[in-house]
Design a protein around this ligand. Structure first.
Ligand SMILES: [Zn+2]
Length: 216
């Protein structure tokens, strides 16, 4: 049973690595976005989630935790899971402790200039959601989705002003989690020192940490 949190600034590769690790570990990746999308149909909490989201408001922590608790009870998560993008604050981390015990927190340490370059070269397929990066996860044909042939776009979130704002929020709210988990003795830091590190290389590094720690 391995219960993993992927921690790191936006653009550190949390989702990219998590989705590559999940099949190797035989456990699901759970991102807050996917979690809430799925929970919209839940008979108990779906109504309240739709109410917040449809009015453009953030879903409160308490409801996210409730949705997560239900998600973790599903069969596919019985051998563990990877949390991608949750928790983002100390309050969320404390609430998470009330529903499960995390074994390891992978802290992706990436210099800010690399983050900015990476995020600003990220492209997404508006049709199927596949994420590309013009620097190291290029589509076969320039700016065209490999899977469905749609022209790729840059999300507003990945434009320079938005990137600055996202990093500011990360420093204020999420970065304190590094010390929080370090004190618990479950933080493992993986450093990226160049922009063109292939995702597989970092995933191999993370997998060997998990083996070293006898978590897998
Ligand atoms: Zn596509």
């Amino acid at each position: 049973m391995v219960k993993v949190i992927m921690l790191g600034p936006p653009g550190a590769g949390k989702g990219t690595y998590a989705t590559r690790m999940a099949p190797k570990l035989g456990i699901p990746t759970i991102s807050t976005g996917d979690l809430l999308r799925a929970a919209r149909d839940d008979p108990e909490i779906g109504g309240i989630i739709r109410k917040y989201q449809d009015s453009g408001e953030l879903v409160p922590d308490e409801i996210v935790i409730n949705a997560l608790k239900k998600r973790l009870e599903k069969d596919d998560a019985k051998n563990g899971f990877i949390l991608d993008g949750f928790p983002r604050t100390i309050e969320q981390a404390k609430a998470l402790e009330g529903i499960t015990n995390i074994n390891v927190v992978i802290n992706l340490d990436v210099p800010e200039e690399i983050i900015i370059k990476r995020l600003s070269s990220r492209r997404i397929c508006p049709k199927c959601g596949t994420i590309y990066n013009l620097l190291y996860l290029k589509p076969k044909v320039d700016e065209i989705c490999d899977k469905c042939g749609t022209k790729l776009i840059q999300r507003d979130d990945d434009k320079p002003e938005a990137i600055k704002e996202r990093l500011k929020i990360y420093h204020e709210k999420t970065e304190p989690l590094i010390d929080f988990y370090k004190e618990k003795g479950i933080l493992m830091t993986v450093t990226t020192d160049r922009i063109d590190v292939p995702p597989e290389e970092q995933v191999d590094k993370i997998m060997s940490i998990l083996k070293e720690k006898k978590l897998i």
